[in-house]
Design a protein around this ligand. Sequence first.
Ligand SMILES: Cc1cc2nc3c(=O)[nH]c(=O)nc-3n(C[C@H](O)[C@H](O)[C@H](O)COP(=O)(O)OP(=O)(O)OC[C@H]3O[C@@H](n4cnc5c(N)ncnc54)[C@H](O)[C@@H]3O)c2cc1C
Length: 500
Amino acid sequence: MLQHKTFKDVVILGGGTAGWITASLLVKLLGKSIRIQLVESDDIGIVGVGEATIPPILTFNAALGIDEKTFVRETKATIKLGIQFENWRKTGDSYMHAFGSIGKEFPSCNFHHFWLRSQQLNMGYDFWDFSLGYQAAKQHTFAHLDRIEGVNLPGLSYAYHFDAGLYAAFLRKFSESLGVQRIEGKVADVVLDELSGDVKTLILASGQQISGDLFIDCSGLHSLLIDKTLNTGFEDWSHWLPADTALAVPCASVDPITPYTRSIAHAKGWQWRIPLQHRIGNGFVYSSKYCSDEEAKATLLANLDGAPLAEPRKISFRTGRRLKQWHRNVVSIGLSSGFLEPLESTSIHLIQSGVLRLIKFFPNHGISDAERDEYNRQSKVEFEQIRDFIILHYKLNERSDSKYWQDCARMDIPDSLARKIEVFRHSGRVFREQDELFAEIAWQQVMMGQGLLPQDYHPMVDALSKEQLQELLGNLKAIMQVTASRMPPHQDFLSFCLTP
Ligand SMILES: Cc1cc2nc3c(=O)[nH]c(=O)nc-3n(C[C@H](O)[C@H](O)[C@H](O)COP(=O)(O)OP(=O)(O)OC[C@H]3O[C@@H](n4cnc5c(N)ncnc54)[C@H](O)[C@@H]3O)c2cc1C
């Protein structure tokens, strides 16, 4: 059914990362056609923990026209070249999901097939010898490098760690400068249109009324509009991802500031470590069915690099997604739309891609059910693909030190993921689904990092003799190591950003 109305007045509920990302991109791209009001409550505050990102954030910042130096200075950001997974396969084991490519791409045959052959020949190379991101992360170096000079190889891919509160403030300043109107207050009631069932007006505790055509629910885990008002259903994924609680605590910085996130598995959960300029963000993610809050707190506090700067803060969540992320005239973006634990730092990306999708679908003189359905279908696929990638880390663990990890290794997994694992196990092949966020190289790193070594490799590799393979790999390894070592220290980049 086509709903004939104009969508000129947009109301965003929530001023966390989701609210201000939404406001900033909407005003930048549609600011001349629509009016945007954003309601937030300082009393309620923001969740304030999303501090690690992935490389598409660079595209988002470029779309807004953000200057990197200003951004890094104002959000106290550092560079992120990947995530180091420690103890995830088994205790004492470690690998990195490094950003960017690894080795050299050949038509129809991924580089890791060459490495697999070298393993059979006992050549002694580590897969990450060929990752520029990994080598730079380990040497704490960084440079803007699109391609490696002199050889036709891709350069360094990166993202940021930043302070979540400062990031929201940064985007607020940006959005307000372009005309977004911020309204402080707590929504006490929501009025629906009697005929259509659409949201018509938000009523604040102060009595102020805010009406609009389109409402964007960025109210975080409160899900005030999409859930509490419209009762849009929720698909629960906790049988695959049982973690339901996090404790977050900042601690004092230590040198050097590492340009990568650490994800450290402990007996009953995992810990994140996100280094910023002024502090380290830490947290422990666990399932309340397997770990008490006291145990979680003790584990977290015993594994900090610096003195804690606050009491650990508890955040409870439910893993899964809203059945319809766009329902009636409400679009949910951010934590209100669903949640996947922060293992691969995907939530901020999901916000950015959600807003971009909304802009692509933005109604002019009406919206049809078919369009809304298509929006919801695309969001569903995106969430499910990321869900599978996160489950992969748990499913492939080989830990035997707790029931938590053993249950994760034994659990049934979605068919889509089981298929992917089986194809890779047999022949090392992995395929990126259309528009999937994580490319083949990400899947390869996590699958092999978690100990899943394929039984076979691509026959194209045998076109090279043993000597030619040795020469190829030896050269590539040297190129990555020399390139990483010639880059300046990561700290130099931070110092440069701090100079006026
Ligand atoms: C433990 C944990 C770790 C995470 N780590 C990462 C990470 O490393 N990387 C990543 O990408 N993502 C991460 N995330 C996700 C990330 O934090 C969120 O996606 C991001 O912060 C967006 O949150 P939000 O804006 O949806 O919600 P919030 O920050 O909670 O904002 C909600 C807003 O709604 C307002 N509000 C709510 N109710 C009302 C009301 N009644 N009236 C008025 N205003 C109201 C609040 O005032 C607030 O402004 C993590 C999440 C968790 C839980």
